[in-house]
Design a protein. Structure first.
Length: 337
C-alpha cells in the first residue's frame, strides 16, 4: 500500500524587488509637512526669480542695443571709431574687445600659476598654522574693494613699473610687443597686473578647496610606491583637481572681464590699438561704460548699453563654460568620505 504524504511545505515567495529610488523621489520624500512644502516652494521660486531677472536684463540690453545699432553707420563689431553723437553716428567695439581680451589674458597668465602654487603650498607643504595664516591673508585680499585696488594701482603700482618696463624694452623691445616709449605706465600691461592681483584670491581659494578633496588613499598609494612629494602632486593631486582649477580660472576670468573702477583709474585709453602692450591705448568694455556714461547723450548711452550687451554675453559664456566643466567631473565631490 502506497501511502503518499506531503511533508514538504511550499517555498516562501521571494519579496518583489522594489524599483530603485530616483533622485527626484528622494528629494520629494517626506515633503508632506507644511514647513517642507513652504521651503520647497520658496526654493523653487527663488530659482525661477533668478531666471526671470536674467531674462529681464537680457531683454532690456537687447532692446536698447538695437536702438543704437540701428542708427550706427559703421560696423559695430569691427569699427575703431566711437562717436555715437556724431553726424552720422559711428561707433564700434573692436578696440574695446581687444583691450578686454588682452588685459584678461595677461591677468590670467600671471594669476593662474601663482594661485595654483599658493594653493598647493597651503594644502601639501605648509604647516597647519602657516597655511591657515596664508589662507586668511588671501581671504582678506578678496575683501578689498575695487576702488581701493584702483587707488593703489594709480598711486603705487604705476610709478613703480618704470624699472620693469625699461627692462622689458631693453631685452624684449625688439619684438614690438614690449617696446616702451618712456611714458607713464598706464597701459594694458599694467591693467593686466592689477587684475591678476584682484582675481588671485578667487582662483586660490577654489583651487585650495579642490586640492583638499583629493582622496587620501591616492596620495598614500603613491607614497607607498616610493614617490616623492612632488611626484605625488604631479601624478595624483594635479590630475584629480585639473577640472576644478580650470573652473576656478574661468571664474577669475569672469571677474577680470567685468572689472570697472580699478581699470578706469589705472588705464589711459586712446581708443586705438597699439602693437606694444606698454604704451597707452585700447580700453575695456567696463572702463568705457564707467568713464562715459554720465556725460553721454541718450544715443551715447544706448551705444554704451550695446557694448554692455556684448560684455554680458561674454560673461555668461565664461561662467557657463565653468559650470559645464564642473558638471563633467565630480570626483572631488565628497571624495574624502
Amino acid at each position: 500500500m502506497d501511502i503518499t504524504t506531503d511533508t514538504q511545505k511550499p517555498a516562501p515567495s521571494s519579496p518583489t524587488p522594489q524599483p530603485p529610488t530616483t533622485g527626484d523621489q528622494r528629494a520629494t520624500r517626506g515633503v508632506t509637512r507644511p514647513g517642507d512644502r513652504i521651503f520647497v516652494g520658496l526654493s523653487r521660486g527663488s530659482g525661477i526669480l533668478v531666471l526671470v531677472i536674467m531674462a529681464a536684463i537680457a531683454a532690456f540690453l537687447t532692446y536698447r542695443a538695437w536702438l543704437a545699432i540701428s542708427e550706427d553707420e559703421a560696423n559695430f563689431f569691427t569699427s575703431f571709431e566711437w562717436n555715437p553723437t556724431g553726424d552720422p553716428s559711428e561707433f564700434g567695439i573692436a578696440v574695446l574687445a581687444y583691450g578686454t581680451v588682452v588685459s584678461s589674458i595677461i591677468a590670467m597668465a600671471i594669476a593662474v600659476p601663482i594661485s595654483v602654487g599658493i594653493a598647493l603650498f597651503i594644502t601639501h607643504y605648509a604647516p597647519r598654522r602657516l597655511g591657515g595664516l596664508i589662507g586668511y591673508v588671501i581671504d582678506l585680499l578678496a575683501a578689498v574693494p575695487s576702488i581701493v585696488y584702483g587707488l593703489w594701482g594709480a598711486l603705487v603700482l604705476v610709478p613703480h613699473l618704470n624699472g620693469l618696463y625699461g627692462w622689458l624694452d631693453q631685452y624684449l623691445g625688439w619684438t614690438g610687443i614690449f617696446e616702451w616709449n618712456g611714458g607713464a605706465g598706464r597701459s594694458l600691461f599694467t591693467v593686466g597686473i592689477l587684475l591678476a592681483i584682484m582675481i588671485l584670491p578667487i582662483i586660490t581659494n577654489v583651487s585650495r578647496e579642490v586640492f583638499r578633496q583629493v582622496p587620501r588613499m591616492h596620495e598614500e598609494a603613491a607614497l607607498a610606491l616610493g614617490a616623492t612629494r612632488w611626484e605625488v602632486i604631479r601624478i595624483s593631486v594635479i590630475p584629480f583637481g585639473r577640472s576644478g582649477v580650470i573652473s576656478a580660472s574661468m571664474l577669475g576670468l569672469g571677474r577680470a572681464l567685468g572689472e570697472t573702477m580699478a581699470v578706469a583709474m589705472v588705464l589711459s585709453p586712446t581708443f586705438d590699438i597699439t602693437p606694444s602692450l606698454l604704451d597707452p591705448g585700447g580700453g575695456t568694455f567696463a572702463q568705457n561704460i564707467a568713464s562715459k556714461f554720465n556725460e553721454a547723450t541718450p544715443m551715447g548711452r544706448d551705444a554704451l548699453i550695446a557694448s554692455g550687451l556684448v560684455l554680458f554675453v561674454i560673461t555668461l559664456l565664461v561662467n557657463g563654460g565653468a559650470r559645464m566643466i564642473i558638471a563633467r567631473r565630480k570626483e572631488y565631490s565628497g571624495a574624502n568620505a
